[in-house]
Design a protein around this ligand. Structure first.
Ligand code: SIN
Length: 532
């Protein structure tokens, strides 16, 4: 089946939906595709803390300083300027006024701004502690109400480019242009051909490449891997951000304990009750996320414990009862037999956010013609070497809009002849049904390799070992890919090994520790070492 659209957005988080909504409102024929069977199954849905928004007493200067401090000044300056000028106000103009989202308020009915690590002012709006699902479901409803069409259960296989796919040999000599994508209908198992001169990758992050993560299983680096295969530039891939506090629990996995708990007073402690964050940073529990994640990891190693503790019970002094302010965390922990109003929460660091990705400019344009990337799969350079809390939803929204504006302003002409020269997906002649257990096993091997050798504290030796292991998995997986009957699992596995290799290669190239890329070397000790 061959489809033709003005624009195709792949991914249903805040960046993809914001882009699609603006395109639709401008009259473009746009579709949004997701590999999942539930539209809201994406990282945005799981965001807890909130989103940076405009408030009296704040200023672009203060926000700029906080972003640069968190990012070790590795940030791209024009991206920082763009976000601080356009982002905080857009939360109200778009999310509140257009989409109709109501964020949490205090007893007097005023917006309740919360705090997270490394912010110099309380500037984060939230909906209790499930800001993400509130935003995600509201955006989906709004997009549907204006007629955005969703293609659910379609997994993108590869981008189509003139150079790679056209049967017209003259296209080989032209500048590379993305012209669409092949995507498999997960239910029917058939690959369909989608044409558009505006493809927007909004495919999310890479958390699921790691053994411990706060991300859903779908975060397998699909966009990064597809863009890389098509020839787009990937940058800053060594900067994987680990969240210091994910729940450590036998039965509850991938569950974030929001940084806003620390913003509301919670303290990180050792098993004997010692607060140790001041050994690692004078900002203590509210130091930037890379510093806190490393400190928790280091303390776990030094004390031989599998987890540390986060205590909110004795420190919370908010006006809204704790059970309501953190309703999702409270109810999830209660289900696991833990009452956060009475006892400390066992926590471990976990892969959380990818600060690197597909290189884009201020308008979300990648290095390939007609290809845009927005949200976590992209690298605007905003976050530098480490992201400031509650700026990821903001970045997704701002660049979702910016890329839509660029597409709307673009004068393009569809030339059916060029599309006619692109063949449909060619099925290999012989394919085998593979046991899903094999795919699962290979994914676990990748996750352990990445966690052990390309995680919070890295060494050159470990990264070299990861490179060799991934090389080996890669050969096996590519063989699989050629011989197996194509399905979502195989596609994700192939994308996972490509994205992991990109991260490891970048980590080996950058031999200096900066932000969330930390290389342990002789004589290079963590700040807490001499006192711990
Ligand atoms: C959190 O709630 O701790 C996560 C916020 C973020 O990742 O920005």
């Amino acid at each position: 089946m061959r489809h033709y659209y003005d624009a195709i957005v792949i991914g249903t988080g805040i960046s993809g939906l914001t882009c699609a909504i603006h395109l639709k409102k401008a009259g473009l024929d746009v579709i949004v595709m997701t590999k999942n069977s539930k539209i809201n199954d994406c990282n945005t849905y799981y965001a807890q803390g909130g989103i940076v928004a405009a408030r009296d007493g704040d200023s672009p200067h203060m926000l700029r300083e906080d972003i640069l401090n968190a990012g070790s000044s590795y940030n791209r300056m024009d991206a920082v300027e763009y976000l601080i000028q356009h982002g905080p106000g857009m939360v109200f103009d778009f999310l509140v006024n257009d989409v109709g989202i109501q964020f949490s308020t205090d007893e007097d009915g005023r917006i309740d701004y919360t705090e997270e690590a490394a912010h110099s002012i309380r500037r984060i709006v939230h909906f209790e502690d499930h800001t993400g699902d509130k935003i995600e479901d509201s955006l989906i409803e709004y997009a549907r109400s204006i007629g955005v069409q969703f293609f659910v259960d379609y997994t993108a296989v590869d981008l189509i480019t003139n150079n790679h796919h056209s049967r017209n040999t003259q296209e080989l000599y032209k500048e590379r242009e993305v012209m669409g994508l092949y995507a498999i209908n997960n239910i029917r198992g058939e690959v369909e051909t989608f044409f558009s001169m505006n493809i927007v990758l909004a495919t999310g992050g890479i958390g699921n490449l790691y053994y411990h993560t706060t991300n859903p299983v779908s975060a397998t680096g699909d966009g990064i891997s597809m863009a890389h295969r098509a020839g787009a530039h990937i940058i800053n891939a060594e900067f994987v951000q680990f969240h210091p506090t994910s729940l450590f629990h036998r039965d509850i996995k991938r569950f974030l304990i929001s940084e806003s708990l620390r913003g509301e007073g919670a303290r990180i402690k050792d098993h004997d009750g010692t607060e140790f964050m001041s050994l690692y940073s004078e900002m203590g529990d509210l130091a930037p996320r890379d510093v806190v994640a490393r400190a928790v990891f280091d303390r776990m190693a030094k004390t031989g414990k599998e987890y540390m503790l986060l205590d909110i019970a004795g420190y919370y002094n908010g006006s809204v009862p704790l059970e309501k302010r953190f309703s999702k965390i409270y109810s999830t922990c209660i289900k696991g037999g833990l009452d956060i109003t009475k006892e400390p929460i066992p926590i471990v660091p976990a892969a959380h956010f990818f600060c690197g990705g597909i290189k884009v400019d201020i308008r979300g344009r990648t290095s390939l013609q007609n290809l845009y990337a927005v949200g976590e799969t992209s690298c605007t350079g905003l976050h530098g070497a480490n992201r400031l809390a509650s700026t990821s939803l903001l970045e997704g929204m701002v660049w979702g809009r910016a890329s839509a504006d660029d597409i709307i302003a673009k004068k393009y002409r569809i030339n059916p002849e060029r599309f006619n020269s692109i063949p449909d997906w060619e099925k290999p002649q012989y394919t085998e049904e593979f046991d899903p257990l094999l795919i699962d096993q290979d994914m676990k091997a990748i996750q352990l390799t990445m966690w052990n050798y390309a995680g919070i504290i890295r060494t050159e030796k470990g990264l070299t070992r990861a490179e060799a292991d991934l090389d080996y998995y890669s050969h096996r997986i590519m063989k699989f890919y050629k011989e197996a009957k194509l399905n979502k699992g195989i596609i994700e596995l192939r994308n996972a090994v490509v994205s992991s290799s990109l991260i490891v290669a970048a980590a080996l190239r950058n031999t200096s520790s900066v932000g969330c890329h930390y290389i342990e070397k002789k004589g290079n000790t963590l700040p807490g070492d001499h006192k711990a």
